[in-house]
Write a protein that binds this ligand. Structure first.
Ligand code: HEM
Length: 681
């Protein structure tokens, strides 16, 4: 079978040498560390190559053999790999004999499961780290070469390094290398991986042609690539349009409760439906568990956020931002900024969090009645501005947030005309935002920051300094301004959580008990804030994030035609990913209208599916989610420890403002009934 080794030797080598399958090796070869994703191999090519890799693996294991005309089953004994055994059964039950090309094309549409299981295994074995949106990088352990050779003979010596030796140092290839070389070549990926001159090209051709099955697979793959009929989605269904009646008369939608409203539409119309709104381009909505799974793991290849965030970029006069960037540049943004937004950065500064929180609460009068939205936004901003930007912004924050909300309503939600950004009051508020940004920049000079803990402004300025082309000075105002939004998001979410607790007095008491235990001997340490000691508070917050998520949906544009749940979405489609619709679907969260924190405890663990998505899905999912979660838990604990709080007036249905994000309405008012523990500042 192979020009260099006999069939038997090849089987032995395959058994002995590798704990990685050919599918896994191919994925490792195609992974681009810089972008965290696979080289620009079109989906169909990758699918064919994966099908080919699986057939190659079966051939190395002695189950099949092939010449250019036919693929022959040698031995149908199971291999122990569910993916390979499924293919083996399919070949065994086929009555007619076909060539490799036929099998590659037949198996390619099912390659998604081959790719997923190969990636899962690489992650499980700590060869790859998976990042939100299905980006991958080699684990630190692999990068440092700290692997046990016995355990992982080939993982430690990545297939790419082997390919370099084979192509550029004329090393004699083994049978696996021959097949992989053929597959990578068939995907046209060598040119993206290495500088390929004529000599290297000849060597690649020579190696690929050494093995009959490898050659047959590679030919099948490259021939299949030019079969556009196979790439086009077929049998797609027309997308149902939501009737005007359902839009106008559905109570949830009318009152702006978007997660429940979208769940109602998903139950009635299915997971993909169209909204035809007057004077606007039609919008397609994805809602439900399956579409969440798709958006999370596949969205990256088909969707773009650029068009939606362009309006915001324009309002700030920037050319782009992390929110409006996709692909490799976006991955670079996230990688550089991740440490600044991490939970560790917050927990290193716990003392400051406690002090800032107490200092603000000390300004409250016992007996005072305060509107939920304003009270909580100011409370959270008193902490997040100093923590994330090392400045105090209490004097300007409400104006700056008003401006930011208007920018989102004009630029993203597009429910207001552009001139509404330039009214007199908005121009005044825009100036407040600019003054805050100036304050950030003037306080972040090298001398002033010496010895200070690094914050998010430092992280953006460092990225700018390291590559002014990538993040020019002219693009800094938006990300710096966006830092302030965290006070609004966290403030509103804490406001919702406090409201829910006040409606569930038993839970309020349990949270208070947790808080009192934690502060019994002074401020808790990072270790004290362990999951078991903040268990009830954490679950109250999780259930609030399910029932009243402040960001209920994300907007995207389709940049590559795709099929979701059998519906074709053409290029240019405006898409709403209603990721939180699943929060109100009975099949994902049984009895969804009941506030029930036991959903998040074993054995139920209802949050462990993509149906739970308060922090978004995929590549743009919240970078500060861990920070936000812990920060909000701490605030709920501190509020209940220091004050007995009451609802000034009860409501039958939670009053809220739906856009641009969901916020507790200022109709909700909290009364500070009693000071429970003194506020030492
Ligand atoms: C209640 C609190 C929060 C919620 C519910 C929340 C939710 C979200 C959601 C849903 C997205 C994705 C938006 C999209 O897909 O278009 C997002 C993005 C983001 N969030 Fe949060 N967030 C919260 C707080 C925070 C905090 C406190 C920080 C910073 C410390 C933060 C930093 C970010 C960043 C940087 C992004 C942009 C990520 C990207 O474009 O790649 N968030 N957030």
């Amino acid at each position: 079978m192979c020009a260099l080794m006999t069939h038997e030797t090849a089987i032995e080598t395959a058994r002995e040498a590798s704990t990685l399958s050919l599918q896994e090796e191919l994925l490792l070869a195609l992974l681009d560390e810089e972008t965290g994703y696979f080289r620009q191999v079109p989906g169909w090519n990758l699918n064919c190559a994966m099908a080919g890799a699986a057939l190659g693996e079966l051939s190395l294991l002695g189950r099949i053999d092939s010449d250019l005309k036919s693929l022959i089953l040698f031995d149908s004994t199971e291999t122990g790999s569910p993916v390979l055994d499924r293919i083996l059964r399919e070949i065994a039950t086929e009555t007619e004999q076909h060539d490799v090309g036929y099998w590659v094309e037949r198996l390619a549409p099912k390659s998604e499961s081959v790719i997923s299981s190969a990636l899962d295994r690489l992650v499980r074995r700590q060869i790859l780290d998976r990042h939100p949106g299905d980006f991958y990088t080699f684990t630190k352990r692999q990068q440092s070469g700290d692997t046990s050779l016995e355990e992982d003979p080939l993982a430690s010596e990545f297939v790419r390094a082997r390919l370099i030796r084979i192509i550029f140092a004329d090393e004699i290839p083994g049978p696996r290398d021959v097949i992989i070389t053929g597959l990578v070549d068939a995907c046209n990926a060598f040119q993206q991986m290495f500088p390929i001159d004529e000599e290297a090209e000849e060597r690649i051709k020579l190696v690929s042609n050494m093995d009959t099955i490898g050659r047959a697979i590679a030919t099948a793959v490259s021939e299949s690539i030019v079969a556009p009929s196979l790439r086009r989605p077929s049998l797609t269904k027309p997308i149902p349009a939501v009737s005007l009646r359902d839009l106008v008369f559905n109570r949830e939608l009318r009152e702006g409760r978007l997660p429940a409203g979208f769940a109602y539409l998903a139950e009635k119309y299915g997971p993909v439906f169209e909204l035809r709104l007057p004077f606007r381009q039609n919008i397609i909505v994805l809602a439900g568990l399956k579409t969440n799974q798709w958006a999370h793991s596949k969205g990256r290849g088909f969707l773009r956020s650029k068009e939606y965030f362009e309006g915001v970029d324009k309002a700030y006069g920037v050319s782009r931002s992390m929110h409006s960037t996709d692909g490799a540049d976006h991955f670079r943004f996230r990688k550089s900024l991740q440490p600044a937004y991490s939970l560790t950065t917050l927990t290193r500064r716990l003392d400051e969090v406690f002090d800032l929180s107490r200092t603000h609460m000390a300004s409250w009068d016992v007996g005072a009645i305060m509107p939920a939205q304003v009270m909580m936004r100011l409370f959270l901003n008193a902490q997040s501005s100093p923590l994330l930007a090392s400045i105090d912004t209490q004097d300007e924050i409400m104006d700056a947030l008003e401006y930011k909300v208007r920018v989102l309503n004009v630029g993203i939600i597009k429910m207001l005309p552009t001139f509404m950004l330039h009214t007199l009051s908005m121009r005044r508020r825009a100036k407040a935002m600019q003054r805050i940004i100036d304050r950030m920049e003037t306080t972040h000079t090298t001398t002033q920051r010496a010895g200070m803990p690094k914050d998010v402004v430092d992280a953006y300025l460092a990225l700018h300094a390291s590559d002014p082309q990538f993040l020019p000075e002219s693009d800094l105002s938006l990300p710096l301004g966006a830092i302030l939004m965290t006070a609004m998001y966290m403030g509103d979410q804490v406001g919702f959580a406090l409201y829910r607790m006040l409606q569930n007095p038993e839970l309020y008491e349990r949270v208070t008990a947790e808080a009192d235990a934690l502060w019994a001997d002074g401020d808790p340490s990072e270790d004290d804030l362990s999951p078991d000691r903040i268990d009830v508070t954490r679950r109250v917050l999780m259930e609030t994030l399910r029932m009243s998520p402040i960001v209920p949906m994300s907007m995207r544009t389709v940049m590559n035609t795709c099929v979701v749940e059998g519906y074709e979405l053409p290029v240019g489609t405006q898409l709403v990913i209603a990721q939180t619709a699943a929060h109100y679907l009975d099949e994902v969260f049984p009895d969804p209208w009941t506030f029930d924190i036991d959903r998040y405890a074993p054995p139920r663990n209802e949050h462990r599916s993509r149906g739970y998505a308060p922090f978004g899905l995929g590549t743009h999912s919240c970078l500060g989610r861990r920070w936000a979660h812990m920060h909000m838990v701490i605030n709920l604990l501190m509020l209940t420890h220091h004050f007995k709080i009451e609802l000034a007036r009860p409501f039958k249905r939670l009053p809220m403002d739906p856009l641009p994000s969901q916020s507790p309405s200022n109709k909700i008012k909290f009364r500070l009934a009693e000071l429970r523990h003194e506020l030492r500042v």
